[in-house]
Design a protein around this ligand. Structure first.
Ligand SMILES: Cc1cc2nc3c(=O)[nH]c(=O)nc-3n(C[C@H](O)[C@H](O)[C@H](O)COP(=O)(O)OP(=O)(O)OC[C@H]3O[C@@H](n4cnc5c(N)ncnc54)[C@H](O)[C@@H]3O)c2cc1C
Length: 475
């Protein structure tokens, strides 16, 4: 790595520690480069990457020929492989896109053709009878469907954490709590050097990569551009209790519209069922609250799509903000003069495509001829993340592990069966949580029916003592 104490300038700084930025930092720290991963928030994955519908998309319905279509298709493959290596929970449930009226039914052949153009030849049009055979609990009135056998559900939290942890273990310096407020471009005599003024001092870099999600257009303007505008598009979701899970084993998709993928019903990797998201343009880029109108809309949709679901209890509601932009495609562009790369306009597919976006940027950098990419000979193996998925063994079920370390036998969060051992591990991990919601994303603690009512006090104490906890948890 070329950055030393006497050379405070990073070779590359990535702005944004969501899935896209973490994937980019991970990829570039595979080379002999000093890499900084910087985020205004106090944890990785606290932006859009923490609140989405968590589907690993095949890209069957993307617009053919777009960069997004290619990135989603490649990202699906890269993330599927990476999940196996790192233990990110993925369930290949498959999906059925259901047509509820004649115009929707008429679009199915076109969607199938589109899927073929997108390099996904595995969809099938099925009759109403077949739809009800596969999805016996959906509402009446379905006229037919399109199967998408490889759509999968994934844990977005573990994905972000795995990529960021991998980056850190490869030598990336993680700078949290650094909001970029101003950009000054200069030179160190030979090379351009960008000075980022942040809420915690200045950070210097030879190359800057903008993966700032909802803030991407603002950061882009700091580099003198005015080429796209982001509108936060809120998606609200309802999460149903685990008792709803036997009602379906596949993702039920709507026929997509120009405003997005529409309201779906999906199992989650935590063993729940999810209904959503809505699509509502806002002006406030921080408004991730849910609304009465949004939830009422979803209940109305649920009544039509899946009436039996509404007999189940709602465990939680949440909302995420898509970085919707006025660009019809991803905006990924390298500015060789300023040594600046934009990864913008990544609206509703970035969980899937993040690793492909990173590979694409790696290629753009290599092609620019302005940065030396020398592979590191000493790359550490990818990290193995703790499993928080319901379909795979968890510590409380593992008698051998409990015998070796009784902390894995002491449950702290009873709803989600999270053990003291897992909480201790989170606090001693390379990127420990700093908030209860960060702890939830690493362990599932407080994610269940009581939403932390019973375990919240104990978890809060563990958090206050900095996990200190490791010892306490072990007791
Ligand atoms: C409701 C909903 C459903 C979705 N469903 C899916 C799905 O099923 N499958 C799928 O593949 N995708 C889905 N997506 C899209 C996916 O979640 C996003 O594309 C992806 O998470 C974007 O990641 P990111 O890294 O670009 O952005 P983010 O995760 O938002 O990360 C950007 C980071 O940049 C930081 N930042 C911004 N400005 C600054 C600044 N000035 N200084 C410092 N830091 C800054 C932020 O704090 C943030 O952490 C969905 C999105 C939503 C909202």
């Amino acid at each position: 790595m070329s950055r030393t104490t006497t050379d405070p300038t990073f070779d590359v700084v990535v702005i944004g520690a969501g899935i896209v930025g973490s994937a980019i930092a991970r990829t570039l720290s595979g080379y002999q480069l000093s890499v900084g991963l910087l985020d205004g928030r106090e944890d990785v994955g606290e932006g859009t990457s923490k609140a989405n519908t968590a589907i690993l998309h095949t890209g069957f319905d993307a617009t053919p020929g777009t960069l997004e279509s290619r990135m989603v298709r490649e990202g699906y493959r890269l993330l599927s492989d990476y999940s196996k290596a790192t233990g990110i929970p993925v369930e290949p449930t498959g999906a059925i896109l259901v047509a509820w009226d004649q115009p929707q039914l008429d679009t199915l052949p076109g969607l199938r053709e589109k899927a073929n153009h997108n390099g996904y030849p595995h969809t099938e049009i099925i009759s109403a009878e077949q739809v009800y055979r596969e999805l016996p609990n959906i509402g009446p009135g379905a006229l037919g469907g399109l199967t998408v056998p490889d759509e999968s559900i994934i844990c977005t939290w573990t994905t972000n954490l795995a990529l960021a942890t991998d980056a850190v273990q490869r030598g990336t310096t993680l700078l949290l709590g650094h909001w970029v407020q101003e950009v000054r471009t200069g030179s160190d005599g030979t090379d351009p050097v960008t000075v980022l003024r942040t809420s915690r001092g200045t950070v210097q870099a030879r190359w800057v990569i903008n993966a700032a999600g909802l803030g991407g257009d603002h950061v882009d303007r700091m580099f003198g551009y005015d080429r796209f505008h982001i509108t936060p598009r809120r998606g609200e979701l309802l999460v149903f209790d685990k008792q709803a899970r036997p009602l379906l084993d596949k993702i039920v998709l709507p026929v997509p519209s120009v405003r997005g993928k529409g309201v779906l019903v999906s199992p989650t990797v935590y063993g729940n069922v999810m209904l959503g998201p809505t699509a509502e343009d806002l002006s406030d880029r921080t408004d991730t609250g849910t609304s009465e109108a949004g939830l009422a809309f979803l209940l109305g949709k649920g009544k039509q799509l899946f009436p039996r679901l509404l007999e189940q209890e709602v465990t939680a509601t949440y909302a995420g903000l898509r970085a919707a932009s006025d660009s019809p495609d991803y905006l990924i562009d390298l500015d060789a003069r300023q040594q600046y790369v934009l990864a913008g306009g990544i609206r509703s597919t970035g969980l899937t495509s993040g690793m492909a976006v990173a590979a694409h940027i790696e290629e753009l950098l290599a092609d620019s001829g302005k940065i030396q990419l020398t592979a590191r000979p000493d790359l550490p193996a990818p990290p193995r993340l703790p499993n928080i998925g319901e379909a795979f063994p968890r510590p409380y079920q593992d008698a051998e592990r409990i015998a070796a370390d009784p902390a894995y036998g002491r449950i702290v969060c009873f709803c989600e069966r999270v053990t003291a051992g897992e909480i201790r591990d989170a606090f001693t991990s390379p990127i420990p949580p700093t908030t209860l919601s960060g702890l939830r994303r690493r362990t599932r603690a407080q994610n269940g029916r009581c939403q932390g009512f019973f375990c919240g006090a104990e978890l809060g104490e563990l958090l206050d003592t900095g996990g200190g906890n490791a010892e306490k948890a072990r007791a």
